[in-house]
Every structure is written in C-alpha cells, then in structure tokens.
Design a binder for this molecule. Structure first.
Ligand SMILES: *Cc1c(COP(=O)(O)O)cnc(C)c1O
Length: 393
C-alpha cells in the first residue's frame, strides 16, 4: 500500500519534533507547580512567562493580554459567554455572529439564546464572505458583542476582519474573532485587525492538543468561565498545562518564522490541485479562491456522497475530510456548505483537503490520480447521478 498521505491539517497537525523537544523537560524534570513559592518552581514559572511573551510577540499584543486555555473551544466559550454576561449588566443583550462559524461559536450562541440573549446570524454568501455593510445594518441599540471567524475551517475563506471590527467598534460593540484556522498560517496582528478578543489553538499549527489562548485587549473584561484558583491573573483557574503552554509558545514562534516560506508553496499546491480537479465534470470549488487559506481545498462533486468518497480515498492511504471533523459521523450536510447556498444533495458530495508543510507535489498528484476514477466509480453506482444525467438530456 502507498504510504499515508495526511491532507487533513485543518482538523489537526503533527506535533513538531522541535516543539516536543522544548516540552519534554516540563513533563519530566521541571514538574513543579508554577504557583508554588520554592525555587524548584522557578523553571516552570519562567517557562509559562516566556511562552506568554512568545504568543504576544507573534500577535502584536502585550503579554498580560494573553490568557492560556485548554484550546480553541474553551477560548470561544469564554470570549462569548464571559463577554455576553458582562455586557448584559449594561443592557446589551444582542449578539451578532455569522452563519458558518465553528460549532464552538455556533453552539455557544445557541446556549446564550436559551438564556435570553438575542442572536443574529449574518449571511456569508456564495463566496463564503461576510459583508461589512451587512454587519452595519444588523447592529442594534442593544448589540454588545460581534464574533466573526478570521478563516473558515471548512472552506478556508478569510474574512475582512479589519473592516468588520471597525464597523463594530464605531458602534461601541466588543469584537471577537475565532482565529484558530488562521494563526500560524497567515499573518495575524491584533493591533492591525483592531479586534478586542481572539481565539487560537496550538494543535492547528504543529503544537500540542489541549492548549490554546484567548487574547483579551486591555480594558475588555469578560466574566470568568472557569472559577477556582488564582492562575492566569485570577481570570482562568486551573494548574497551568506547563508543557502544553511551552509547546504553544514554541509552535507559534516557529510557524511565524516559517510562514513566508511555507505559505507560497501551499498556495501553489492548492491552486494546482483545484485547477486539475475541476476537469472532473460537474465539480465546483466552494468559497472564494483568492481570500482563502493557503492550504485549503474544498470542492463538491455532484452525484456522490462525501462519506463514500472519504472511505475510498482512505483505502488509497489518503486522509481527507468532507468538511468539519465534527460533522463526519453524522449524515447531515455541512452547515457551512448550506450557508454558502449549496443545495443539500450537492453539499453531500464535498471534499476538504488541507495541505501542510509536509505535503509535497507528489502527494498532490497522487491524490489527483486517485480522485478522478473514484468519483467516476461512485457515480456509476449512484441513483442520484443517474437522475442528474437524465435531467440534462
Ligand atoms: C479546531 C477549531 C476550533 C476548536 O479548537 P480546539 O482546540 O480543537 O478546541 C475552533 N474554531 C475553529 C475555527 C477551529 O478550526
């Protein structure tokens, strides 16, 4: 069998050996609790402080604006639940987000809605982009919080966050962005973007799983999500995941340093793949082709089921996805593809490939070589494809 080709870097990435090397001493030698007062805890304490500086430096933030969390989902939950509760005391109970956010945001606003908050979901249009003028039109007297993701995890579209944040700010609303797919892959600077809060997660850029951060601009104060000890300056309790935090700091630094080299290579692989895969009849690219993450491919092939496609690709050693890791396993089509206006039956036939630093041109050619015949084979067995053919006759 062909060696495995991993093309699902949007779901998670490999842990960089250099990152692991920096983490290991904090799992073995330096196991002290950073909050303890004896000198044995100096090393873990300093390591956490250094990682905070590393994250802040990459984002253009101050170290005391960085809070470590257990990952992207917690950061999103804290930003939205914490800020919504704080804003409610000022009479601001309306939240605006977009229709194609990650479930860590969408399910969180659903939960807030049940607690009495009003929620508006902005449309994302066929190109997968939120329009600043539509955000402006959706703002209300009681709008306190706006959350729009920087880059979409399924179709990779990159939102005009600077413009969107400016619209929210002019209205006095707090602006959060889920930048989990963007950080480490495209330049992300909180000052340039003008955002108040930003979520990131280490395992999306070759760091360890289970650790992330929330950037919170000075002066912005969300309520506390995790109550307990005085860690993270009293705002996020729990003994620090020291090795994870060290890994996050190292991974974000490496990703930022390598970005100028890796991103152009990924864009080339992405565009090569899309240009060639489009020669398959009745195929389409989902989401804007320009405002798009360097390594993201998302396409639909009419008349087939994404699940079957994934299984046959897996038999050829190819790890791909039909959208988000959260929807695989359920038979519902992706909410992202429905949000960009695809009919159910087309949205079912989706394929997401997310290339990473380890992806080669040979890998891309191998996937292309396998994809065409697999799609053909599935269509030959598909009643849906037969119907499509008949309709066109
Ligand atoms: C992966 C992801 C998350 C969740 O992050 P975890 O660290 O896995 O909890 C949130 N938002 C987006 C856009 C993601 O891609």
């Amino acid at each position: 069998m062909h060696p495995m080709i991993y093309a699902d870097n949007a779901a998670t990435t490999s842990l960089s050996p250099a990152v692991l090397e920096k983490m290991t001493p904090y799992l073995t030698q330096y196991y002290g609790n950073p909050s303890s007062l004896y000198s044995f805890s100096d090393a873990p304490q300093k390591a956490v402080a250094r990682a905070r500086e590393q994250v802040a430096a990459v984002l253009g933030a101050q170290p005391n604006e960085i809070y470590f969390t257990s990952g992207g989902s917690e950061s999103d939950n804290w930003a939205l639940k914490g800020m919504a509760q704080a804003l409610r005391r000022k009479g601001k109970t309306h939240i605006i987000t977009s229709a194609f956010e990650h479930h860590a945001v969408l399910h969180t606003v659903n939960a807030l809605q049940k607690q009495g908050f009003a929620v508006t979901l902005l449309p994302v249009h066929e190109n997968g982009l939120v329009r600043p003028d539509e955000l402006a039109a959706a703002l209300r007297e009681d709008t306190g919080l706006v959350s729009i993701m920087l880059a979409n995890n399924e179709i990779g579209t990159i939102q005009p966050i600077k413009e969107l944040a400016a619209v929210a700010k002019a209205h006095g609303a707090v602006f959060h962005t889920d930048a989990v797919q963007a950080v480490g892959h495209i330049p992300v600077n909180v000052a340039e973007l003008g955002v108040d809060m930003l979520s990131l997660s280490a395992h999306k850029f070759h760091g360890p799983k289970g650790v992330g951060a929330l950037y919170v601009r000075r002066g912005v104060v969300p309520d506390i999500l995790i109550d307990g000890g005085a860690q993270e300056r009293g705002r996020r309790a729990g003994t620090e995941n020291v090795a994870g935090i060290v890994g996050l700091g190292e991974a974000i630094t490496l990703a930022a340093a390598n970005m100028d080299q890796i991103a152009p290579k990924l864009r080339e692989l992405r565009d090569y793949f899309i240009d060639h895969a489009l020669s398959i009849p009745r195929s389409r690219v989902n989401g804007d082709r320009v405002h798009r993450l360097p390594g993201n491919v998302n396409m639909c092939f009419e008349g087939i089921e994404g699940e079957s496609l994934l299984l046959l690709l897996d038999l050829q050693g190819i790890c791909a996805s039909s959208g988000s890791a959260c929807t695989s396993g359920s038979l519902d089509p992706s909410h992202v593809l429905l949000a960009i206006g695809l009919p159910h039956e087309v949205a079912h036939g989706s394929l997401r490939l997310s290339f990473g630093d380890e992806t080669t041109m040979e890998d891309v050619q191998y996937i292309l070589e396998k994809l065409g015949p697999i799609v053909e084979r599935l269509r030959a067995m598909s009643p849906l494809w037969e119907r499509i053919q008949n309709e066109n006759r």
